[in-house]
Design a binder for this molecule. Structure first.
Ligand SMILES: [Zn+2]
Length: 68
């Protein structure tokens, strides 16, 4: 199983009601979801944070950086 994990959850993430972790049967699916998820977070959240995807073994971490 491959996991997509949101490493740091800012207030916007908590308000979104999304789970901090999603599990997938294949790495391809996990990669596609991780990239779509972080794109959505970059567009829909407060814009104070920038989200990126980092591989961590079989898992994909969505990491958060402060913008500017
Ligand atoms: Zn935020």
């Amino acid at each position: 199983m491959y996991k997509v994990i949101v490493e740091r959850q800012c207030g916007c993430f908590k308000r979104s009601g999304e789970p901090a972790e999603k599990t997938f049967a294949t790495k391809d699916e996990a990669l596609i979801e991780a990239n779509a998820w972080k794109d959505a977070m970059n567009e829909e959240y407060c814009q104070k944070h920038a989200f990126g995807v980092v591989e961590n073994g079989d898992d994909l971490m969505i990491v958060m950086q402060m913008r500017g």
